[in-house]
Design a protein. Structure first.
Length: 410
């Protein structure tokens, strides 16, 4: 029987991040990961300004900056009904949102996971890959059982942390129910190379025809692309020809530079997911806590996944390092803060979906009315600012039914 302070299941952003922080503080950490190598599975590669702040607070920013220090200082919305010259004139300076943060951080997801994993090992965490058959037993004496290459292992800890992603086995074994809203659309992603024409300091989003597009430059002519599209079009970008159909969908007349994007070289898989958000009543059980996607995840349309994970790491690590009594009551502030954080981000994501991920003449007119109204009154759709600065910095009134009607009923 091996004994640790904390056993963490899942070595992605949240799991490896928490392992690094705790190991640096002298805790005995066992980090378990089922994969032998981190691969591109089309996960988030954009850290919002508020997530960058969390990375600094946890001491993880230097680790991430070792992978990428490519911040995106500018944002522009192109799309049908919007004159490109007018859009350029309304370019948003993303450096203005939070002091000292030079905009969102664009970073490769598998590379970030590996860097954090390596940092955890360097800090003294014991890390095991190729884990199979993980069994979690919570309660007053938490323990895990697992196998590697057919050899069984067992470990006891003061706390088990589930950081094993959207389909978390830890969550299921703990009996934590996952709630989810109805899917609104599908969300696809693709990594491309060989497009130096697109400005490397400019991220862009907009809607044209039957897609909502996103471009996030990663530097060196590499870009992470996303498309929102109708839920009824399942399979639109699947199969061997899916990546090419994805690129063809980027031929958008209203978007300067989209032709260069469409000629890019495919550099990773093309993958689609439903857009919905999920959540739990509480990510805490006796002897166990969930973080990252395992505790519920936000609709990817607003790109909050990495920032959510980094805040989870900060709050949970501060609680663990600030007390010797690791009871469920210790994590009550985390559960309460996360519940409200995710509620507000669900609101923002639903609003963005209605404004930008619905298609056809009526949806186009609604989008243009929203843009015009917001230009006159920045308080309309204010919830969307929360995806940049953090949802807690906005007043509660930004997330009410009245605020919803003011935004979508213009």
């Amino acid at each position: 029987m091996q004994r640790y302070d904390v056993v963490i299941a899942g070595a992605g952003i949240a799991g490896s991040g928490l392992a690094t922080v705790l190991a640096r503080a002298g805790k005995q950490v066992l980090l378990l990961e089922k994969t032998r190598q981190f691969r591109d599975v089309v996960r988030g590669e954009w850290i919002a300004p508020w997530g960058v702040v969390e990375a600094h607070c946890t001491g993880l920013y230097p680790v991430l900056a070792g992978v990428s220090s490519h911040h995106l200082p500018f944002h522009v919305e192109y799309g049908e009904g919007i004159d490109p010259a007018e859009a350029d004139g309304q370019k948003l300076d993303l450096r203005s949102f939070l002091p000292g943060v030079p905009g969102p951080l664009a970073i490769g997801h598998p590379q970030a996971c590996q860097a954090l994993f390596d940092a955890a090992v360097a800090a003294g965490a014991e890390a095991v890959r190729g884990v199979e058959g993980l069994e979690v037993e919570a309660g007053p004496r938490p323990r895990v059982r697992y196998a590697v290459d057919g050899q069984p292992f067992e470990a006891e800890a003061r706390l088990v942390v589930g950081a094993d992603g959207r389909n978390s086995q830890v969550r299921k074994q703990l009996g934590v129910e996952l709630f989810e809203d109805e899917p609104h659309h599908l969300f696809a992603g693709l990594l491309i190379d060989g497009v130096p024409e697109w400005p490397e300091d400019l991220e862009s989003m907009g809607t044209e025809g039957s897609v909502q597009y996103f471009v996030f430059p990663l530097g060196g002519g590499r870009h992470r692309l996303y498309l929102s599209y109708g839920y009824e079009q399942k399979g639109r970008f699947s199969g061997e020809e899916g990546p090419q159909r994805f690129l063809e969908a980027f031929r958008l007349p209203s978007v300067p530079g989209s032709e260069a994007i469409a000629r890019g070289r495919v550099a990773g898989p093309c993958h689609s997911v439903p857009n919905q958000s999920t959540w739990t009543d509480s990510p805490v059980r006796e002897g166990a806590v969930l973080i990252g996607d395992a505790a519920g995840f936000n609709d990817p349309i607003v790109g909050q996944g990495l920032s959510i994970s980094l805040r989870d790491v900060r709050i949970v690590s501060e609680l663990l390092l600030g007390s010797d009594r690791w009871t469920p009551e210790l994590f009550a502030p985390y559960a309460e803060e996360r519940a409200e954080r995710m509620r507000r981000l669900r609101f923002a994501a639903r609003l963005d979906s209605v404004i930008h991920a619905e298609f056809g003449p009526e949806a186009r007119e609604r989008k243009l009315r929203f843009r015009e109204a917001r230009a006159k009154n920045p308080l309309i759709g204010m919830a969307l600012a929360g995806v940049m600065i953090g949802p807690e910095l906005l007043p509660a009134e930004a997330f009410t039914e009245e605020a919803w009607q003011a935004a979508v009923g213009v």
